[in-house]
Design a protein around this ligand. Structure first.
Ligand code: NAD
Ligand code: DAU
Length: 353
């Protein structure tokens, strides 16, 4: 079992990242350094409960900035990098593909380079570069079948293409330069603190305000949903005991059509807010499909289960209920995020170093 003294986590102010930071700050003695650019998706308000912890440091910066990353490696000497920072929303990648190339491809290669150079004299057994990727790199499934670690890459959106490219670079740095790496490819996450542009928080927010619920195409696209803290536990298991050079698929065994999921959210929120049964379903509006919309994702996670004993713990019904409760209890967070005011305070407080 590996142990680490200093963990550099990129993208720790984002949705998954804040849950990763919280878990490691609270459960590990290691020093945790959160390196994040604070784009629209980064929100330090997600981390107020741990921001004063002795083992936590935040650094505002961009992963494309080699000089700053070199300084951070020299100052903190991380023995584990968990690389989450990315542009992550498919719809934005269709509007602005180059932003995805800059952060997801160039930023990742830049980080790999700095890790390789900074760790050149270190024992490779004592270092690990852990790259967090997505199941979208495998493309789109038909009605049956699952993505395994051996499935050929077939990315179809600018987002998934940029993630696929970054995965290839991570493996290339292992094969060419001997960088100790591990990669995981996960299915759709959901849970508290997710930016309300993604399906579940967007629908919760719109149901709450009785606004239209935009369902793309016929609503029958399928995603495999995983509660975010189950992803964090998978990451911890991989960081501790994943085999260097390997890939692990992570999924929830929780396939649902989008329209089923939206119906579930409507019904649960009607119940929680004492609305007439069926009233929120009337807000559903079928809208023009996402261009190139992948039909179905589903993960075979038997490798991580067999090698590392990881299984998801939170079932969809429980996870959705917890997620809805969090958003309904944190309407001020939602209002600040949707109005954009959340960025003012921390952006001023943390100028880029
Ligand atoms: P997110 O968009 O919520 O957060 C991304 C974070 O990265 C933000 O805090 C942002 O400020 C930061 N960031 C963006 N560009 C940066 C840059 N150039 N330099 C430094 N920081 C930068 O994303 P998320 O949903 O939390 O996803 C995190 C990672 O997990 C991504 O790599 C994503 O591809 C992967 N992933 C996400 C899911 C999912 O369902 N959300 C599933 C599988 C894999
Ligand atoms: O599979 C993992 C991926 O899951 C991650 O790598 C991505 O970072 C993450 O954003 C997510 O990608 P998706 O495109 O699957 O997630 P999104 O929440 O954008 O959409 C989920 C499904 O819901 C998808 O089929 C599109 C549909 N959708 C989405 C939105 C925002 C709608 O029907 N209406 C909407 O308004």
């Amino acid at each position: 079992m590996r142990n680490f003294e200093t963990i550099l986590i990129t993208g720790g102010a984002g949705f998954i990242g804040n849950h990763v930071i919280r878990h490691f700050v609270k459960n590990w003695e290691a020093r945790i350094v959160n390196f994040d650019k604070l784009t629209y998706a980064g929100n330090l308000e997600n981390l107020t409960d741990v921001e004063d912890s002795e083992n936590y440091t935040f650094v505002k910066g961009c992963i494309t900035d080699a000089k700053l990353l070199e300084e951070i490696f020299a100052e903190f000497n991380p023995d584990l990098v968990i690389h989450l920072a990315a542009e992550s929303h498919v719809d934005r990648s269709i509007e602005e593909p180059l932003e995805f190339v800059k952060t997801n491809v160039i930023g990742t290669v830049n980080l790999l380079n700095v890790a390789k150079n900074s760790w050149k004299d270190a024992d490779p057994e004592e270092k690990l570069f852990y790259h967090i990727s997505t199941d979208e790199v495998y493309g789109s499934l038909g009605a049956s079948g699952l993505f395994t670690e051996k499935t050929n890459y077939d990315p179809r959106s600018p987002y998934s293409s940029s993630k696929a490219s970054s995965d290839h670079f991570v493996r290339a740095y292992h094969h060419t330069f001997g960088l100790p790496i591990v990669v995981s490819n996960c299915s759709n996450n959901y849970g508290p603190n997710q930016f309300p542009e993604k399906l579940i928080p967007l629908m919760i927010n719109n149901i709450r305000s009785e606004s239209p619920l935009p369902v793309y195409g016929d609503g029958k696209n399928v995603r495999d949903w995983l509660y975010v803290t189950d992803h964090v536990l998978a990451m911890e298991a991989i960081a501790q005991a994943g085999r260097v050079g390997e890939t692990y698929n992570i999924g929830g065994h929780n396939e649902h059509q989008n329209i089923e999921l939206v119906h579930n959210l409507c019904d649960l929120i009607d119940e929680k807010l004492n609305r007439d049964p069926g009233s929120s379903r009337k807000l559903i509006k079928y809208v023009t499909d996402r261009p190139g919309h992948d039909r179905r994702y589903a993960i075979d996670s038997s490798k991580i289960q067999a090698e590392l004993g990881w299984v998801p713990h939170v079932q969809l019904k429980e996870g959705l209920s917890k997620t809805i409760d969090w958003y309904l209890d944190n309407t001020e967070w939602l209002d600040r995020v949707t109005s954009g005011t959340y960025q003012d305070y921390y952006q001023k407080m943390y100028e880029v170093r």
